[in-house]
Design a protein around this ligand. Structure first.
Ligand code: AMP
Ligand code: ZN
Length: 463
């Protein structure tokens, strides 16, 4: 498949560099509260990328970390009066529950920052030994960005109007800092009173790692110096991913990620999501309003990942209808197979265009559109041909990670008054009382219900 790469700004073919499995890393959640649907846009698109590769026959190795120590997790664990590990364990569990509901495949490895402190210290030692890191007076250790000429390539810093000369002597100690502040960034943060019990010993005294370091250290541990792809939301391009490259390339000398996959942000009602605006949605918020996780997933893949996606509650209603239509189309196709089953086909039949869209820069909205056109094209197929088409449809659906809603039991949907009228009519028909039976059929039709008589009974359809 082909995918746009942030670094080279070109679409490139994705192929495992070791010829065996496609090894990729995704920056995972910071577990200090429930993930919001913006976070899930990113995680769902990463899931579709993996599923598409796997559906196309490529094995994958998917690593996604849990950020369980940083400024925010420490601050909020203290507010909650819990230890950092109890606090982050609770939110990690909630994250896993949401992921499962949204149909996300579990990453093969899900390392946490707290479990990898020695690896992070080892990396700082390497950086210091090679002249890329220095200790400041207060005991914190910083990465010296002037020591790495490659700094800024990913985020195309040279194209930004920044006075590098002015900012290069600046230092940032916070885990997150302003978009346009290019500065030496912290690798090891010296212990402060507000850290409470959350500190570890190191050659530079007690403290904790800076946020950017954990990904570099865990990538080295699980994927090595060179790997196939790295991913996150666009906000991570600078400074987080830029800093990861600096740390990794300068400490171990490899090329780091061969490809960068960044997902554009989700907006809500045309603007940024924020708690203060009251437009920050979690999966639970939407479930409480009666929507299903699959409807949420459908909305999240309903826009191309390189474009902003505007989330509205209306878009969830539209997703519900679209999923119902797909389910109906699939049932009709299944009925045409006449019992012929093709469990897995090599081709995609009428759904080839949907599959091609996914393989062309992960164009999920185009793939969804092609599912509908494919169903229309498949409408005339029968027997084995219908079965092959259905197998192609299901493969695309699996790549998208969609599960279709079950058919509603028609009897439970039919109002009682309609059901009893239909029943009375059936009795009239059995008694060969044709006039009465026809009159009641017209009455049902007037109320929007179509009666179809069979040999042993009737069905009711709402058109
Ligand atoms: P965090 O938990 O803040 O570390 O974020 C987890 C992931 O969600 C990262 O890849 C972020 O870049 C991504 N992310 C955060 N906000 C949004 C958003 N509004 N839309 C899409 N992705 C986002
Ligand atoms: Zn990261």
């Amino acid at each position: 498949m082909r995918l746009f790469d942030t670094l080279t700004r070109t679409e490139r073919e994705l192929r495992p560099m070791d010829g065996a499995s496609f090894r990729f890393y995704c920056c995972g959640p910071t577990v200090y509260g429930p993930a919001h649907i913006g976070n899930f846009r990113t995680f769902v698109l990463q899931d579709v990328l993996r599923r598409t590769l796997e559906t196309g026959g490529t094995r994958t190795l998917h690593v996604r970390n849990i950020t369980d120590v940083d400024d925010k997790t420490i601050r909020d664990s203290q507010k909650a009066g819990q230890t950092l590990s109890d606090f982050t364990a609770g939110w990690t569990e909630k994250f896993h529950q949401d992921c499962e509901k949204l149909g996300l495949l579990d990453p093969h490895i899900e390392p946490g920052a707290v479990d990898h402190i020695p690896q992070q210290i080892a990396m700082i030692k390497q950086l210091a030994a090679k002249g890329h890191a220095y200790a400041s007076d207060d005991g914190s250790v910083y990465f010296k960005i002037s020591s790495f000429p490659g700094y800024g390539k990913l985020s195309h810093l040279d194209e930004r109007e920044l006075d590098l000369g002015k900012t290069q002597n600046a230092r940032a100690n916070a885990d997150e800092y302003e978009k346009d502040s290019v500065s030496d960034f912290v690798l090891w943060k010296t212990r402060r009173p507000e850290d409470g019990e959350n500190f570890w010993p190191s050659p530079w005294g007690e403290g904790r790692p800076g946020w950017h370091l954990e990904c570099s250290a865990m990538i080295l541990e699980y994927l090595g110096e060179n790997f196939d792809l790295h991913s996150g939301g666009v906000d991570l391009v600078f400074p987080h991913h830029e800093n990861e490259i600096a740390q990794s390339v300068c400490s171990c000398g490899g090329h780091f990620a061969a490809h960068w996959f960044h997902i554009t942000h989700l907006l809500v009602d045309g603007g940024k999501m924020s708690k203060s605006l009251g437009n920050l949605y979690t999966l639970t918020d939407l479930e409480t309003r009666g929507f299903t996780p699959m409807e949420v997933r459908y909305v999240l893949i309903g826009g191309h990942y390189r474009k902003q996606l505007n989330f509205t509650l209306d878009s969830l209603h539209a997703a519900r209808e679209a999923l119902a239509k797909l389910a109906k189309g699939a049932r009709n196709l299944a009925a045409k197979t006449g019992g012929d089953v093709i469990l897995d086909s090599v081709g995609f039949g009428p759904f080839q265009a949907a599959w091609d869209s996914l393989n062309s820069d992960l164009n999920t909205p185009a793939a969804l559109g092609c599912l509908f056109t494919g169903l229309r094209e498949a409408a005339h197929l029968t027997g084995v041909e219908a079965a092959a088409a259905l197998a192609g449809f299901n493969r695309v659906l699996r790549a998208l990670g969609l599960t279709l809603p079950e058919e509603k039991d028609d009897n439970t949907e039919v109002p009682e008054s309609i059901r009893s009228l239909a029943e009375t009519r059936w009795q009239a028909r059995l008694a060969k009382n044709w006039a009465e039976s026809d009159r009641m059929r017209d009455e049902l039709a007037a109320q929007g219900w179509l009666v179809k008589d069979g040999k042993d009974g009737y069905t009711l359809e709402s058109p």
